[in-house]
Design a protein around this ligand. Sequence first.
Ligand code: NAI
Length: 446
Amino acid sequence: MTDKYTQFVNRGLGKDIAKKLGLSQPVVLRRHRPGQPLVQGPVLVQGAGSGADELAATLLSWNLDVRRHAVPREKLGAIILVLDEAARPEDLEKPVLSAAASLRDLAANARVVTVSRAAAGTTDPATAAARQGVDGLLRSLAKELRAGATGNGILLADGARTTSPSALGALRFFLSGRSAFVDGQFLTVSSEAGHLPADAEKPLAGKVAVVTGAARGIGAAIARTLYRDGATVVVVDIPAAGDHLAKVANEVHGTALQLDISREDAGQRIIDHAVERHGGLDILIHNAGITRDKLLANMDQGRWSSVIAVNIAAQLRINEALLASEHFRNSPRIVSVASTSGIAGNRGQTNYAASKGGVMGMVRATAPLLAAHGGSINAVAPGFIETEMTDRIPFATREVARRLNSLQQGGQPGDVAEAIAFLASDAAGGISGEVLRVCGQNLVGA
Ligand code: NAI
């Protein structure tokens, strides 16, 4: 589960050898540590108009070192490119080329964030062209950035402002080390719901969160991250994983619930446990998942049905129970773990990709149902993550898979957990029905 190559090329001799041979040189990514500054260096806000001015004023109130004009050769921690007023493709030129002049001044692990309007919000062809153009621009720029720097975008739906609570929440997430392995992605802010936490280090204080499949891997990392962020955590896994589950529960000072999530009564069991032990339920993370890979030509019924049962049918049934429960009504949040396989497809994974594509469809259709209670539901789609699962992939295949993204390395379970913790927080309350990829911007597939 360790990426020895990345460790090697970041040390003296390894660095020299990689440079001489022209080998890829993935950097050690800046990841969130409590107490760390949001960005490392001044933040340049490019773009004209009231949206850019208001955003720059808010960043100043966060005590960031904000620039409205570049200072030549000054190392920058971030560039924020505000394009919310772009009404024609030509309008992109001035702010984009101004930002371009500063790209060489970005520090290692810097951030570029675009803030623009969602193309779906207009019927005017020229405006739609300008807005959709930002999509292509940002995704291409993210592929050009180097040394751990990332590029991501915030899309404002009709009515949302550059300073809407979740626009600011998403901006903080993208600027911070919490989004280290999120690259070339967009989040759409669709409502004014949500608010920034009083304590930025404890955004989940007072919340009760349930994490399924938490005995190991990504699920255990999610439990640790939610606990770090202030939540009371219930960890769920199958009885056979009981020992590991108990260890994770102890570590996060939470409680363990041994439960097969594909059981008919799983939803009710989860609610009963959370209410009896912790007085309520605010957050559910659907992480438990299985793979039973086979080419479709060789697929048997057992492999197909078990993957669908655990990865999507169980989530649908549990959500139904939660939506019907009076205990899940206080700005409830659900985050589901999908996969880039469900977006781009993966050979040998028709069953898995059908289940993960299903998760994304489910999330989109469930969003309006949760909105009635001020709630939200989103999915996170991980790419190559360094876990026991990916450690079993043969060396050569694994080495290719983990390098084929803009950051030239695999992600850590904690990277997926950070994205989930953000989407489970009130800072993301105005973001719902979305899929956020945590894949370092995979170069192959969608
Ligand atoms: P893992 O196999 O290490 O952990 C999954 C956990 O879910 C295990 O503890 C298992 O006992 C539990 N589980 C399985 N069936 C269950 C059931 N019926 N009821 C309760 N618990 C159950 O997997 P990993 O790698 O941590 O993956 C977690 C999630 O992330 C899964 O949904 C997976 O599909 C997804 N994912 C993982 C990627 C990776 O690179 N590792 C990439 C993309 C998605």
